[in-house]
Design a protein around this ligand. Structure first.
Ligand code: IPE
Ligand code: IPE
Ligand code: MG
Length: 256
């Protein structure tokens, strides 16, 4: 039986986020330049997007470029920008065909001018699609996002449109780039690194974490389905006792 067949379709995660890591090591192991690893990672993005759409996942967020990645050598940053924007442009007709809505989170103003324009154009072209939402984290870091949210809330307080006493969890969430999205249920990180690397710190509060040794360019549909299957074997307690989950609201245990 494949992992795809083993998945319980009635208990799918609404939102899966992925830290796509290991492109450089994948290339190095094969004696290639790092950019070849990034190029091969595009196939994995395509496969994973298709895999998510096939089973009806609502949100898939991919960490494509972090704020910290701007600190890499210029040659790699330039090549990555070209690859990212070129791929997005090339794939937009396919996204439209498959009813996929492309979204972006991050400090897009930091992208090279041409790249930002091209990206915004692709976002516009898919904005009315109603299937999978594919969220690209580009020039993204969680501390940047939270800092921007704090600044925006302070401005509203100063202008008199926000009362500090009314600030709640939801107020903070609604000032993040991810407003209107559910928090991730499952986070996958490839290539064996056991860290979050400044990704969705607020949103991951109760996310199930899944780490795999597989490098991103080797990641295929069955790897994605395996992660979802393993997520479904876990019990999400959200601070409660296991026994409470069976009784409250009459819902069955493990109703994720
Ligand atoms: C992930 O692969 C892609 C980006 C961060 C843009 P890496 O380039 O980090 O690959 P490793 O971790 O060096 O192997
Ligand atoms: C995280 O990967 C960022 C992306 C996947 C875009 P990195 O490879 O940059 O993370 P660190 O620096 O090893 O933590
Ligand atoms: Mg890395």
């Amino acid at each position: 039986m494949t992992y795809k067949e083993k998945i319980d379709k009635s208990r799918l995660p609404a939102h899966v986020a992925i830290i796509m890591d290991g492109n450089g090591r994948w290339a190095k192991q094969r004696g290639y330049d790092r950019i070849v690893g990034h190029q091969n990672g595009v196939t994995s993005v395509r496969e994973t997007t298709e895999a998510a759409a096939e089973i009806g996942i609502k949100y898939l967020t991919l960490y494509a470029f972090s704020t910290e990645n701007w600190g890499r050598p210029k040659q790699e940053v330039d090549a990555l920008m070209e690859l990212l924007v070129g791929t997005i442009e090339k794939e937009t007709p396919t996204l439209n065909k498959n009813n996929v809505r492309l979204l972006a989170i991050g400090d897009l103003a930091r992208l090279p001018e041409g790249a930002e324009k091209k990206l915004r154009n692709c976002l516009k072209q898919t904005e009315n699609n109603t299937g999978l939402s594919l969220v690209l984290a580009l020039s993204y870091s969680s501390r940047w996002e939270i800092t921007a949210a704090v600044k925006a809330m302070c401005q509203e307080v100063k202008a008199g449109s926000l009362n500090p006493d009314d600030i709640s969890d939801e107020t903070v969430s609604s000032h993040l780039n991810t407003c209107n999205m559910p928090d991730p249920d499952l986070l996958i990180r490839t290539s064996g690194e056991l860290r979050i690397s400044n990704f969705l710190l607020w949103q991951l509060a109760y996310t199930e974490l899944y780490f795999t040794e597989t490098h991103w360019p080797d990641f295929r549909k069955e790897n994605f389905y395996q992660a979802i299957y393993e997520y479904q074997q876990r019990e999400r307690r959200f601070g409660k006792q296991s026994e409470q989950l069976t009784t409250e609201n009459g819902e069955p245990k493990n109703n994720l």
